[in-house]
Design a protein around this ligand. Sequence first.
Ligand SMILES: Cc1ncc(COP(=O)(O)O)c(C=O)c1O
Length: 394
Amino acid sequence: MMKLSERVLSANESQTLAINAKAKAMKAQGIDVVSLSTGEPDFPTPQVVKDAAIKAINDNFTYYTEGNGIPELRKAIAEKFMKENGLPDVKPENVLVSTGGKHSIFNVLLAMCNEGDEVLMNAPYWVSYPAMIQICGAKPIIVETTLENRFKMTPAQLEAALTPKTKCVILNSPSNPTGTMYTPDEIKTLAKVLEKHECFILSDELYEKISFGSVQHFSIGSIPEIADRVITVNGVSKAYSMTGWRIGYMTGPAALMKEAAKVQGQSTSNPNSIAQKAALAALLHTAEDVERMRKEFARRREMVAKLFSAIPGVDFLMPDGAFYMFVDISKALQSMRVKTSFEFCQEALDKHHLAVVPGEAFGAPGCVRFSFAASDETLQKGIARFAEAIKALS
Ligand SMILES: Cc1ncc(COP(=O)(O)O)c(C=O)c1O
């Protein structure tokens, strides 16, 4: 066998996708699996978005578009960034539309990373960051956080982790998997530390539209002292229940966006033409749909928090945003037959037919991520199975 890419070999495959695949295969065999492992809203895409896509097809909007995205969509995104996020002076030519936020992040990491560069993030982190960084030849540097500190990195921790090799710091608020959010003041204090250190800051704001009022969403790219080094990433997947449409977008320093557009131009070309028209409708015409979905997530958050509170030996963070409950089972594990959250999740799927993601996938062993993007009935059934699994293994 010829030698394969060390950069790719060193990266993990997406554990969330792997668990979903196993749960789907079990369902196909007729097993009644409750899946709380997916990272996507369970609502239909808003009608006005579907209509825009159907119109695009009927209008024969089915050819290659501008490689970086259609001008009217980039204009709407630039306006959104300025109006909603306070980013200074975003030009449509500095916006890059890609095939999902994941693609945006990958494009920009490829455009900035050199062999040996360090990219810093806190754990628990979104599954894909370390793998993407490794594929780009750079090194993920992980800052550990605790439930007591609501899984947030402190300015002192950030300061201690920065080195001359730090090329980029990734922030993700609201966070997947924990749902934690940095307050505006916390972001300002982190920015103070970053002011003294020449590096990029990648702000992943995919869950911006889903928050529950405890913390106000704040974009680090709005802070003038560092704004020229910030990449702000967003997308339509979570905000408008459009995961399958695959549209993400970002803005950042002009020279960096130009190179990220080059990466995209030489790999996937433009994002899907029809989905771009759909994304434009989503940005312009769905405020009421977004609010309806947000309220529904808020209601479910209260419901699942009550259910988890009733289970002995588990601890969890009341999320500020997103649609995940990050549950700490480390105390319960001490008296269990299985010793890790990874083994626990395997048993939960094999014996109790519950699909959830182990904390190991997010760099946080001892925890389990539950998605509450599911019906009340599914959530109740799933959490009951979780309680059963804990009892059976204790
Ligand atoms: C934190 C975070 N960033 C980015 C993404 C990418 O989403 P998409 O590629 O669907 O836009 C996800 C999706 O799970 C996510 O959770």
